[in-house]
Design a protein around this ligand. Sequence first.
Ligand SMILES: NC(=O)c1ccc[n+]([C@@H]2O[C@H](COP(=O)([O-])OP(=O)(O)OC[C@H]3O[C@@H](n4cnc5c(N)ncnc54)[C@H](OP(=O)(O)O)[C@@H]3O)[C@@H](O)[C@H]2O)c1
Length: 384
Amino acid sequence: MRTLAILGSTGSIGQSTLEVVKRHPDKLRVVALAAGKNKDKFLEQCRAFGPEFISLETEEDIQWILNSLEYRPDFSFGKEGLLRCVEDTPINTVVSAIVGASGLRSTEAALRKGHRVCLANKESLVVGGTIILDALRKGQGELLPIDSEHAALHQLLRGKESSSIRSIRLTASGGPFREWPLDRIKKATVTEAMNHPTWKMGPKITIDSATLMNKGLEVIEASHLFSLSAEQIGVTIHPQSHVHAMIEMHDGTFQMQASVNDMRLPIQYALLYPHQIQTPAPPFTWDQSRTWDFHPPDEKRFPCLRLAYQSLQSGQSASIILNAANEVSVSAFLAGEITFGLISECNESMLNKIPLQKPHNLDHVLEIDAAVRTDTKQWIEAHR
Ligand SMILES: NC(=O)c1ccc[n+]([C@@H]2O[C@H](COP(=O)([O-])OP(=O)(O)OC[C@H]3O[C@@H](n4cnc5c(N)ncnc54)[C@H](OP(=O)(O)O)[C@@H]3O)[C@@H](O)[C@H]2O)c1
């Protein structure tokens, strides 16, 4: 039985995870739930799954939940609540599905404890890098990706000698602006940027998909997960989002992994690995004609992808800088403070301006992250 803590249960990945849990009550049990501010959705989830431990961002919200619930779970709130979910509860599996670097400490703590961590929160691996991998080594747990591309790679690479792999390739839908004229993209509205053609996701990753920053973060994530250099990781635009990833062997052959685009598939893969059994996702149908397109990404259209490669080649602190700048610029765009075009300009300016320094522990990572956020807010203030 997998006993679960789901961090970010009210989000897009959190809700899909709970649908998978519902499908397999004999294999998966919710023990702890944590989320941010959406207390109505959280209350619904507590009533449906009866977690023994719960946490929300504020004490006031968690008190409201306790007063509304028909039973009395153990509880906490804020950063401590996230840590207690993974450290003080009888679980063996954590779904890390908070958005942004605020998932870093709990992801690291879960790995140190030796749990299986099903990782949606790619930002924690992007900024934590070797510190996260150290926690995995020391705790002797497991790190299984939930990102569909990385779950595909995990399947493709299973049982293969690393010496037989020449390169890997992540696919990207290209987002809503794949064919827009460049000058129009710069002025895209929030509604236009949120209109993702193939996936329904939370706001931050949806904007990251429109800039292709998401694919850039995934390149960095893949480099850590599979111990590959930037030169070994390629990106291909595939608007249908059915092929999730490819590997190229040294003999020149390719292998691809494909499925319907439904996040419940990679979530269930990570939860129930190594077993691949029926999921709540609909089957892929072959009774209609299909065309799959593949294109190289256009660097002018998607400068954030180039920035991610630059940061991967420059070392850990460059990834921390790029991620923090991006979290702040995306949130400023969503709040209507800057134009879409300024997201990549802001990220590039921070990446090239802030001096690089090797982070020596988790506190140092968070210190660099906080300093970059302050600088980025000043940049935004000057450009809004
Ligand atoms: N959505 C996808 O299909 C998808 C695919 C691959 C990877 N991912 C990755 O998965 C992660 C989550 O994405 P998402 O689309 O599910 O995002 P989302 O819908 O915005 O959900 C984010 C979740 O995190 C919670 N949260 C945010 N800040 C928190 C904090 N400080 N403390 C506690 N909880 C906090 C939110 O709580 P409230 O809503 O209650 O405030 C919510 O439950 C991201 O790293 C994303 O890149 C997502």
